[in-house]
Design a protein around this ligand. Structure first.
Ligand code: SF4
Length: 336
């Protein structure tokens, strides 16, 4: 007999909720983004923060950060992401923030472009209790990298990443897990896989490779011409069934692709909470509209390729387990 883990069951339930286009969810977000800072030291061609006009940039205060962490602790997400719309390493207190979150028992992840990751920062981060670090090092192609990541330098960043891995080894640290993330043009029905050239760059090092499909940042990318980016078809939005974002100023964004804040579903500085926003009216409405593809006038979703990707069909056995799980939790689902 095969046993199923609690985490897998939660995943199946989540996919069932997506499939049904449920508004109210009887489970907490599996990931919470708490964005320490929405400034960045690069101006990547594909990233909305490079051209988002008048939106205010800033650093999260310690007080707001601790409030967000306390709320996250109550919801017990699989992980807390200390990044989103900016480059977290630009926050001078980032190592202390990680230490605080990890000390509260959270799995803490950072995604970084590694441009400013010198040896001192690397050591402080490793010693802070960080659980996972992901490097946005998109491609083994030096020319392409330098064109996309305006302000970045392929060789300097590669040296920073390798330096980080070396320091972790010297310290004998088990954590953070180190992920290298390559971006791959989207192909319907196929799994994203790392290229051999990419793997060779980090051969023999203690890293985990990850491949992700490129996306259009809900229409905000300046790289809409990438081959394979113009997806067709209809798919549910998976983001708003999994995660939400607390920005540096306490606003709660429904989605990590919504850098401009079209769908703000709460505000910690006004007394809202992560839990109340997760199933609040604005979030429920967004789930309903995206699942029924009623997108007219709905920014940024109407431009988002997340809703136009033909994904692999869910196996019948999974759907059956999902249906059973859904009916088991049904008595706890609020009618609205
Ligand atoms: S469809 Fe809307 S909510 Fe979903 S990922 Fe795209 S922008 Fe975000």
């Amino acid at each position: 007999m095969r046993l199923i883990t609690q985490r897998k069951l939660a995943g199946i339930l989540r996919r069932e909720a997506e499939r049904r286009g449920a508004g109210f969810l009887p489970f907490a977000p599996s990931e919470i983004y708490i964005d320490p800072c929405n400034a960045c030291d690069l101006r990547c061609t594909f990233c909305p923060q490079s051209n988002w006009g008048g939106r205010r940039r800033g650093l999260m205060s310690r007080e707001l950060f601790e409030l967000a962490i306390e709320q996250a602790v109550e919801l017990r997400p699989q992980r807390v992401n200390l990044f989103c719309y900016g480059e977290s390493l630009l926050h001078k207190d980032i190592a202390e923030m990680v230490r605080h979150a990890a000390g509260r028992g959270l799995w803490v992840r950072i995604h970084t472009n590694a441009r400013s990751l010198d040896a001192d920062k690397a050591r402080r981060l490793i010693e802070s209790g960080l659980s996972e670090i992901r490097f946005s090092f998109d491609t083994p192609d030096r020319e392409l990298y330098n064109r996309l990541r305006v302000g970045g330098d392929f060789d300097a960043v590669l040296a920073n990443i390798r330096g980080f891995i070396r320091i972790k080894q010297e310290l004998g640290a088990v954590l953070p897990r180190v992920y290298l993330q390559e971006m791959i043009p989207f192909e319907a029905g196929k799994k994203a896989r790392n290229s051999e050239a990419y793997r060779r760059l980090f051969e023999g090092r203690d890293v985990i490779f990850s491949a992700r499909y490129m996306h259009n940042f809900a229409g905000a990318s300046q790289e809409a011409g990438f081959a394979g980016l113009q997806a067709v078809g209809e798919s549910p939005c998976r983001e708003i069934y999994r995660r939400l974002v607390v920005t540096f100023d306490g606003k709660i964004h429904a989605c990590c692709l919504d850098a401009e804040g079209h769908n703000i579903i709460g505000d910690l500085s006004r007394g809202d909470t992560i839990a109340s926003a997760w199933n609040g009216g604005a979030m429920r409405d967004l789930r309903r509209r995206t699942s029924t593809h009623k997108l007219e006038g709905l920014d940024p979703c109407q431009h988002c390729d997340e809703l136009r990707r033909n994904r692999r069909p869910v196996k019948l056995s999974r759907r059956l387990v999902g249906g059973l799980a859904w009916y088991a939790v049904k008595p706890f689902i609020k009618r609205d």
